[in-house]
Design a binder for this molecule. Structure first.
Ligand code: MLT
Length: 240
């Protein structure tokens, strides 16, 4: 099994991707929100690219059944029910609801890799569950950090590096790494004893702290608190 990681969120070749598991990572905070919301009983998450699309999409569903969530500039969008802090997505708020989510980078990333044989949402919350998922599928893996406005994102790459680390530790020589995956693994090892250090060192992490969301950094740095693997298929993310 070969693992690759993209350092920049440029849509990959759909044909090559159709034989791989694609792992979308936006650990601060879109995929952490998705994993958290589904673990708290949200029926499904519909990731959309624009705020306008979100307002259009919600009209298709009975009132009260669907919540609008997400951010622009990291802040809750006017007229939306929820922002982009995983801590907001409690069972009380999301159980039994459909969630339409739009974020700056993360929700877009799912559409960029939609041709993947499997497309899953990854975060530190569900690292063991997604490791097992990738190993069970036994097909090549592309880790797709959603980046920061098209740029490299340290925190997503460190999370991808942790997935690589777990896969190597479980399967040893059966795992082949591209040069990018090898490098992401080294980057992870730099922050292994202090994952939150990667958040504080990153541009996006610093921006979230400046905007008053430091508690989200602490929350999103928790490892293995959730045992599900949300899967994106036909435009919708559900627990598999
Ligand atoms: C994104 O999708 O870009 C992020 O989740 C942004 C954020 O949470 O501030």
């Amino acid at each position: 099994m070969r693992i690759d990681i993209q350092f920049l969120p440029v849509p990959p070749d759909p044909l090559a991707l159709s034989r791989k598991t694609a792992v979308v990572i936006d650990v601060l905070r879109a995929t952490s929100v998705i994993v958290h919301a589904i673990s708290r009983g949200a029926l499904e998450v519909v990731p959309v690219e624009t705020v306008e699309e979100a307002f259009e999409e919600v009209k298709d569903f009975p009132q009260g059944s669907t919540l609008l969530g997400g951010e622009r500039g990291s802040k809750k969008i006017e007229g939306f029910d929820l922002g982009n802090s995983p801590r907001e997505y409690t069972a009380e708020k999301v159980r039994g609801k459909r969630l339409i989510l739009t974020t700056t980078n993360g929700t877009k990333a799912f559409h960029s890799v939609s041709s993947g044989r499997e497309v899953i949402a990854g975060s530190f919350f569900n690292i063991s569950a997604m490791t097992q998922f990738c190993l069970d599928r036994n097909q090549n893996v592309l880790i797709y950090p959603s980046g920061d406005g098209g740029r490299f994102s340290l925190e997503d790459t460190v999370c991808g590096g942790m997935l690589i680390d777990r896969m190597i530790k479980t399967e040893g020589d059966a795992i082949a790494l591209t040069d990018a995956a090898y490098s992401a693994h080294i980057l992870y090892q730099r922050f292994e004893a202090n994952l939150i250090g990667a958040f504080y060192a990153s541009i996006h992490g610093k921006d979230l702290v400046a905007k008053g969301f430091e508690a989200d950094l602490v929350y999103c740095a928790q490892v293995d608190i959730i045992d599900i693997v949300p899967t994106f298929r036909d435009g919708v993310i559900r627990s598999r």
